[in-house]
Design a binder for this molecule. Structure first.
Ligand SMILES: NC(=O)c1ccc[n+]([C@@H]2O[C@H](COP(=O)([O-])OP(=O)(O)OC[C@H]3O[C@@H](n4cnc5c(N)ncnc54)[C@H](OP(=O)(O)O)[C@@H]3O)[C@@H](O)[C@H]2O)c1
Length: 284
């Protein structure tokens, strides 16, 4: 029987790409959303378990995304996993994060463990930072306003990955039974320091973009000023500290993900060049 898929986060970056790929390959797919309605969409709210059964009706596979930065992701996933079991879902791909398996207290690791214990077929996709972080707030806002990139990252390198590659791997994980039971790290093909990235963006714009290595305390203040709840801000700071320890620097150099996709992964320079217009406006 062909799978029928429910894609969480389908109105967002990764989920949207996964939904398009499933459609292009002829699968029956519905996007789960709190806001989108109409053909191809089902009303779904992770925080409202009353929406889960109807969204899952007739589905055999699920892309399980959590709300970005959700400290309680496991508590929100628990009723969903039960609803999947009741609905007869057979396969679930968890969109997790790099290094989750080394951090038992991390909410996305707890989501992974819930799924592992559920009896469903599972695959965990564990991405590094997305390249698209550079074209989204807050980084894009700062680059446009001040021609600077301020992060508490020192000389730490990050193997940023193109979110479209993450999505294609999630699509493969949903549709290829050979990947069942695997946790797959997804990093880009090369690692760069933030200084090198700022220089590259500056070269594209024809004016300098400075990297400013800010202390962790300044980063905390700025995250809290942006309205992040304190636990979430602390989690972001923990990510940065893992990066400073070199944990996000390992690229897909041995070609595991490229091999699974059957093509080279997106390069940062190509991503920057294609998105040059994102940093065009100088707002002061
Ligand atoms: N950004 C990174 O560098 C990075 C790295 C590793 C892992 N990740 C993980 O990747 C995942 C996807 O990121 P993304 O950039 O694709 O996300 P995104 O574009 O910001 O989209 C977020 C999605 O979450 C959905 N959502 C928010 N609250 C929801 C709720 N209460 N119930 C159901 N859905 C809800 C939204 O759907 P509606 O508004 O339509 O409901 C939206 O489609 C996140 O879980 C993130 O933790 C990100």
């Amino acid at each position: 029987m062909r799978h029928r898929f429910l894609v969480l986060g389908a109105s967002g970056l990764v989920g949207g790409c996964v939904m398009r790929l499933l459609r292009q390959h002829g699968y029956t797919v519905a996007g789960a959303s709190r806001q989108r309605t109409g053909d191809g969409w089902r009303r779904f709210d992770l925080l409202d378990p009353a929406t889960h059964a109807a969204a899952l009706e007739g589905m055999t596979g699920v892309l399980l995304l959590s709300r970005p930065g959700d400290e309680e992701a496991h508590n929100h996933a628990e009723p969903l996993v039960s609803a999947m079991q009741e609905a007869g879902v057979r396969r679930v791909v968890v969109l997790s994060a790099l290094g989750a398996e080394r951090r038992p207290d991390f909410s996305l690791r707890k989501v992974e463990r819930l799924v592992e214990a559920s009896g469903l077929e599972w695959v965990h996709v564990r991405p590094n930072f997305f390249m698209q972080m550079l074209t989204r707030p807050p980084l894009v806002t700062e680059i446009n306003a001040h021609r600077s990139l301020s992060l508490p990252l020192g000389d730490a390198a990050i193997a940023y990955v193109d979110a479209r590659d993450v999505a294609e791997l999630a699509f493969t994980a949903l549709t290829d039974p050979a990947l069942t039971g695997r946790g797959i790290d997804v990093s880009g093909p090369e690692a760069f320091t933030q200084r090198a990235i700022a220089e590259r963006i500056g070269r594209l714009l024809g004016e300098p973009v400075r990297f400013v290595d800010i202390p962790e305390d300044s980063a905390r203040v700025s995250l809290l000023e942006r309205g992040l709840p304190r636990p979430q801000a602390e989690r972001v700071l923990q990510f940065y500290s893992l990066c400073r320890m070199g944990m996000c620097a390992k690229p897909d150099a041995d070609g595991v993900v490229a091999g699974l996709l059957g093509r080279p992964l997106g390069m940062l320079d190509d991503f920057l060049a294609a998105n040059r217009s994102a940093w065009n406006s100088t707002m002061s």
